[in-house]
Design a protein around this ligand. Structure first.
Ligand SMILES: [Zn+2]
Ligand SMILES: [Zn+2]
Length: 294
């Protein structure tokens, strides 16, 4: 349980583990976000370099409560294999519980295929270590809507997003409640504005939204790069979603292109033109605390 020292109320802590995109960047890991709520640790997406960023944030694969996947684009699942294997080999208690993985339909197939890809490694380790007798235990749950988690005051709800032709895709709402109030964070993933995201985000304390600068990307010569404007929100569109939904704080991540040094205020201004509340953006490991009721 984390308590805000000043106001003595419950909080949810957001850490932007990876703020990058499919384009490798020396300073930005792939898309992934860590949520800490009531002693539970949730990882949303697991892009390139996620385990190194988790280590920097004081988290580890073997203490995760669950992995939540917004969709199955490669940049959001790039290090799934590393996560599954590392959790397995660094969990030393006998009979370790399975890692809960919640994602859209297709997630089971991806997890099974990933474990198959590491089948040789899994076989080597089972042969070598007497206390490793089974492959990495996982429990995959596929959802597109509704409540998917209710444990010790933490509830998670999912709803469809619109990242077509990538389908299905989902966003998550994490709520942490006790007698003093409810803290809430919505993770939109990659999506264009849509009614179901507006509903999922309604009144949330924070909205974590992936964004691209369509004004910059649309000017590039490669059609394949320009195509990504079709199914992502611009900074202004994400901010307009936050405004419509009446969220407390807008947290931007997954910057395409990467925010150039000194350009943060330009990005912030684009969002501020559409959203009245506080706007958070920054480098990997940027943290935001969301207070109950706020
Ligand atoms: Zn995507
Ligand atoms: Zn993406």
């Amino acid at each position: 349980m984390r308590i805000c020292g000043i106001c003595d109320v419950m909080t949810i802590e957001i850490t932007l583990l990876g703020t990058g995109s499919p384009i490798p960047d020396p300073n930005r890991a792939g898309p992934s976000t860590l949520i800490r709520a009531g002693g539970q640790v949730l990882l949303i997406d697991c892009g390139r370099g996620v385990l190194q960023r988790m280590a920097a944030a004081g988290a580890s694969a073997n203490t995760l409560s669950a992995l939540l996947l917004t969709h199955l684009h490669s940049d959001h699942i790039a290090d799934l294999g590393d996560l599954l294997i590392t959790r397995w080999v660094t969990t030393f208690r006998p009979d370790p519980p399975p890692l809960t993985i919640i994602g859209p339909p297709g997630t089971s197939e991806v997890v099974e295929a990933t474990l198959r890809a590491f089948g040789h490694d899994i076989g080597y380790r089972i042969a070598h270590h007497a206390d490793l007798t089974t492959p990495p235990p996982v429990e995959v749950r596929e959802h597109t809507t509704g409540q998917v988690w209710d444990r010790d005051g933490v509830q998670i709800t999912v709803a469809p997003t619109d990242h077509r032709p990538v389908t299905p895709t989902i966003g998550f709402r994490v709520e942490y409640a006790d007698g003093s109030g409810t803290a809430s964070v919505v993770l939109a993933g990659d999506t264009v504005p849509c009614d179901s995201l507006d509903a999922l985000a309604a009144g949330a304390g924070a909205l974590v939204h992936t964004v691209i600068r369509k004004d910059l990307i649309a000017a590039l010569p490669q059609q394949r790069i320009r195509d990504i404007c079709d199914y992502h929100s611009s900074v202004a569109e994400a901010a307009a979603t936050a405004q419509r939904a009446g969220v407390g704080t807008l947290v931007l991540t997954h910057y395409v292109p990467a925010i150039a040094p000194g350009q943060e205020e330009q990005w912030r201004a684009l969002a501020a033109a559409e959203f009245e509340g506080p706007i958070e953006l920054g480098d990997d490991l940027h943290r935001v605390e969301v207070v109950a009721g706020g």
